[in-house]
Design a protein around this ligand. Structure first.
Ligand SMILES: C[C@](O)(CO)[C@H](O)COP(=O)(O)OP(=O)(O)OC[C@H]1O[C@@H](n2ccc(N)nc2=O)[C@H](O)[C@@H]1O
Ligand SMILES: Nc1ncnc2c1ncn2[C@@H]1O[C@H](COP(=O)(O)OP(=O)(O)OP(=O)(O)O)[C@@H](O)[C@H]1O
Length: 307
């Protein structure tokens, strides 16, 4: 199978996501939960530089944060899973520059894995069929399939692998709050499931029923915006509730927890209002980090890396 020349290099920015809606549905026989979520990519980005080298295997250098051993890194796991499906004999050297805080519900690790799969597909289009790439992604994490695609706004269902790309919404600005607490995703699912069992609460119905229900404007999104994790996660971690309150005090179109947290965000349709809001939130809540971000209509394209 022919492929890129030894020494070829590509670069791609790996954006964070927020969940504009996140509904956790029934528990599947696999033990995982089905979900229904509206993913939105934002311009807070890690970056990945990948070089083809003669020696087989995947070497990783991480800049900007300590995210644990290379063998566990989602970039390395994604690359190995892709290589295992092909008969290529070359290896990869990867430089990952982290800007997205890890384990924040912003999908940083998942985005890096999706970016890696997009780089490999750019070099050898279709060498691993799209369906198989999605399956590899879903095995790595529920958010990875979104980051293997193209669109910035996607409705994800199943374990996240059933994706419906949606037309972009008008540009919007986000105040992203990052409370300095860590929320482990597995226990958050566990707490939600136990709460439902104790209250004998039924699994809530999906928010979207067919294409016609898909939102076409920010007010429509605002009317649907919810995250099933928010009551359990913000209830268990006061700094998250405080950061959310600081953002809500600035009157965004809506504000939510992202994923299973700890990150929270407020969405503004006006850039100046968002800029004022980020300053006010920093002043009101100095214990959390707040950053301004923008929605992305598409995931950033894979491009040649300079010398
Ligand atoms: C919260 C979200 O970010 C929403 O976009 C995702 O569901 C996160 O999914 P993820 O990255 O796959 O989460 P992981 O950290 O790999 O999963 C940790 C644990 O959460 C539980 N889990 C995760 C995803 C899912 N759809 N159902 C689950 O029940 C499982 O016990 C799993 O072992
Ligand atoms: N490339 C990576 N970047 C960040 N963390 C990684 C990476 N690879 C593996 N990890 C591990 O995964 C954990 C979760 O990281 P990640 O940033 O994906 O969480 P998250 O934002 O909560 O994601 P999600 O919203 O998909 O649950 C980290 O604590 C880290 O140990």
């Amino acid at each position: 199978m022919s492929g890129p020349a030894i020494g070829s290099r590509l670069r791609v920015r790996a954006p964070a996501k927020v969940n504009l809606t996140l509904r956790i549905l029934e528990r599947l026989p696999s033990g995982f939960h089905a979900l229904e979520t509206l993913f939105q990519a934002i311009d807070l980005c890690d970056s990945l530089e990948v070089e083809v080298r003669r020696e087989s295997g995947v070497a990783l250098e991480v800049v900007g944060a300590d995210v644990g051993p290379a063998d566990d890194n989602l970039v390395v796991r994604a690359a190995r899973a892709w290589l295992a499906e092909t008969s290529v004999e070359w290896g990869l050297a990867v430089r990952l520059t982290k800007a997205i805080p890890a384990g924040a519900g912003l999908g940083g690790g998942s985005s890096d894995a999706g970016a890696m799969l997009r780089v490999l597909d750019h070099w050898m289009p279709g060498a691993v069929a799209e369906e198989r790439r999605l399956a590899i992604g879903a095995e790595l994490g529920s958010d990875v399939p979104f980051f293997t695609g193209k669109g910035g706004l996607v409705l994800g269902r199943g374990r996240g692998e059933r994706m419906t790309p949606l037309p972009p919404l008008p540009p919007a600005w986000l105040v992203v709050g990052m409370p300095r607490v860590h929320v482990a995703t597995g226990p958050a699912y566990g707490r939600l499931a136990r709460g439902r069992a104790e209250s004998r609460g039924a699994v809530p119905p999906p928010l979207f029923d067919g294409e016609s229900a898909v939102p076409r404007s920010w007010p429509e999104v605002a009317s649907l915006a919810l995250n099933d994790f928010e009551p359990v996660v913000a209830g268990a971690h006061p700094p998250i509730a405080t950061a959310l309150a600081a953002i809500r005090a600035q009157h965004p179109a809506f504000a939510l927890l992202s994923g299973s947290g700890a990150a929270v965000f407020g969405l503004f349709t006006d850039a100046d209002a968002a800029e004022r809001a980020v300053g006010e939130a920093r002043a009101a809540c100095p214990e959390s980090r707040f950053e301004l971000a923008r929605t992305l209509d598409r995931l950033p394209a894979v491009e040649p890396a300079g010398p």
